[in-house]
Design a protein around this ligand. Structure first.
Ligand code: FES
Length: 164
């Protein structure tokens, strides 16, 4: 492993310890700790779960099962921009699979995957309650209505060029 990777790993570990150490060592804070970790890293690294378990004196298995129980947590790294395609009934009828297909053609990712450069993740979600706007895409928390493959490519281009 090169020096940069080592330095990054040390910085990550320091950040984990700081977040976890900011809470009293009690199990009732496990969820709050994990929320902070998820916010910081955009996912829950295994190392962070180990540190959390040791801090609150719980087993890694207990912390791990909590992490998998809540949908808000991810155990794998997610992209900078999360693309959520609604695949509820109305959106499905209005061709959300075509949008999912177009994302695959453009970025090479299927639902649950992240591009190798860490820029985009794709998820499918159930009805967002905006069926009149079907098919709906939510990118980076912003809603895009009545998506077409062409509109989708534009959205992706916009995020590609966007400043970090
Ligand atoms: S099915 Fe997509 S918003 Fe309702």
């Amino acid at each position: 492993m090169d020096m940069l990777a080592n330095a990054l790993q040390a910085a990550d570990r320091q950040a984990m310890e700081k977040i976890v150490g900011g809470y009293p060592p009690e199990r009732r804070f496990t969820l709050a700790i994990m929320q902070d970790l998820q916010k910081h890293f955009n996912y829950l690294p295994k190392e962070a779960l180990k540190i959390t378990a040791a801090h609150v004196d719980a087993s890694l298995a207990a912390v791990f099962s909590m992490a998998t129980f809540y949908k808000a947590f991810s155990l794998v790294p997610k992209g900078r921009v999360i693309l959520r395609v609604c695949d509820g009934t109305a959106c499905h009828i209005k061709a959300s699979p075509v949008i999912i297909d177009e994302i695959y053609k453009t970025l090479g990712i299927s639902p649950g995957e992240t591009t190798p450069d860490g820029e985009f993740s794709l998820e499918t979600v159930n009805c967002l309650g905006a069926c009149a706007l079907a098919p709906v895409l939510v990118a980076d928390g912003k809603v895009y209505a009545k998506m077409t493959p062409a509109a989708l490519r534009k959205v992706i281009e916009g995020y590609r060029g966007a400043e970090r």
